[in-house]
Design a protein around this ligand. Structure first.
Ligand code: PLP
Length: 400
């Protein structure tokens, strides 16, 4: 379409949103689809958080607020970073937005322009490269090996840095692999970054609380305080508090960057929902008592899906320490023939086959920059997960 701006030609629609649309359409047509494609927990938002949202509505907290968030929310965010991460931020160094996604986008749009490079370790969250493209920068994808736990190593980082590098994006626990960087691994990467003062670092910590390895989570600004004024620490309530629909994320970083993100936000979306802000104050201030129970449930589900993957010839995965995804190698499926006579030539074909034949939605690794793999999101009801495992097993057995 000639009316489209050139920058739109550089981006694809989010593949995760596309699969969700496909599932909704199939479900509407009466097909019993099991969705293992969605990046969200099935748990209800905890009752005390919902109540804080309801109270905000009843009290009339339903008007514009300060663009970067209310004073109460900023206070809660600052206290969270200090208490949970040992990182101190001033009020001018934090901002709340409509999801971590918006904050990441605004940070990139505020700093990246033509000729700038952004280092993105692969596998990566689907939106990073497209956000960089929208900002007219260049994504520098650095493949990370499955045999290295899917983690960026210092040598790989050093080799990818150029004078044009603007950002490194780190995501731990990782979507789609569930990889978690240890303190020592972050410290080793910091050693490289200290030598390159022109590089900013985005720490996407959105899965911080979904970590099976107790005490393993760490974040860069905490591990290497000398990098703190170059790090944007991004977090939010979507994953840790099962609040994806509330659209509330927050970030801490150098005041100049936060101010720039605030300008962008003030001229685009303004403050995140006042109701979500009030609920997030309750979330951040009232503790994570529910989390042990959630993690126990998730561990049970992870065991189910791991047992399923292990038992299928042609699928292979190591147990992921964080997030709620299994990123399974499906090389053994490539070249097989479906009962309908089609050849599985790629991980996209395999995911399409599972949707078509088993009515189970997953996502192909190519969407995350690694093939041939399959991302299986397992944060669904146990009974449905059992059913999904049976369906996947049956469909895989039918391949020749
Ligand atoms: N970062 C990663 C790695 C994610 O997987 C997601 C959501 O899927 C986000 C950021 C965005 O989270 P939010 O719902 O806060 O926008």
């Amino acid at each position: 379409v000639e009316q489209l701006a050139p920058r739109l030609r550089r981006v694809r629609p989010s593949p995760t949103a596309a699969i969700s649309d496909q599932v909704r359409a199939l479900s509407a047509a009466g097909v019993d689809v099991i969705n293992l494609g969605e990046g969200e927990l099935d748990f209800d938002t905890p009752a005390h958080i919902k109540q804080a949202g309801i109270d905000a509505i009843v009290q009339g907290d339903t008007k514009y607020t300060a663009v970067p968030g209310t004073a109460a929310l900023k206070k809660a965010i600052i206290a969270k970073f200090s208490r949970e991460n040992g990182v101190g931020y001033a009020p001018g160094e934090v901002i709340a937005g409509s999801g971590a996604k918006q904050l990441i986008f605004n940070a990139l749009l505020a700093t990246v322009s033509q000729g700038d490079q952004v280092i993105i370790p692969a596998p990566y969250w689907v939106s990073y490269p497209d956000m960089v493209a929208l900002a007219e920068g260049e994504a520098r994808i650095v493949p990370c090996a499955e045999s290295h736990g899917w983690k960026l190593r210092p040598a790989g980082l050093a080799a990818a840095i150029t004078p044009q590098t603007r950002w490194l994006i780190l995501n731990s626990p990782n979507n789609p692999t569930g990889a978690v960087y240890s303190r020592a691994e972050l410290k080793a990467l910091a050693g490289v970054l200290l030598d390159h003062p022109h590089v900013l670092i985005m720490a996407d910590d959105i899965y911080e609380h979904i970590c099976h390895a107790a005490g393993e989570f760490a974040t860069l600004a905490q591990v290497e305080p000398r990098l703190k004024d170059r790090v944007l620490t991004v977090n939010g309530v979507s994953k840790g508090y099962s609040m994806t629909g509330w659209r509330l994320g927050y970030a801490g970083g150098p005041a100049w960057l936060i101010a720039a993100m605030q300008i962008l936000q003030s001229q685009s979306t303004s403050n995140p929902s006042s109701i979500s802000q009030a609920a997030t104050v309750a979330a951040l201030e009232q503790g994570l008592e529910f989390m042990d129970e959630w993690m126990a449930i998730l561990a049970g589900r992870r065991a189910k899906i791991m047992a399923c993957v292990d038992a299928i010839d042609g699928l292979d995965a190591a147990e992921p320490p964080g997030a709620f995804y299994v990123f399974a190698n499906c090389a053994g499926m490539i070249g097989k023939t479906t009962p309908a006579g089609a050849t599985i030539a790629s991980d996209s074909d395999f995911a399409a086959y599972l949707l078509d034949a088993a009515h189970v939605a997953t996502l192909q690794g190519s969407a995350f920059g690694a093939s041939p793999y399959l991302r299986i999101a397992y944060a669904i009801d146990d009974r449905r997960l059992d059913e999904a495992c049976q369906r996947i097993t049956r469909a895989c057995r039918a391949l020749r």
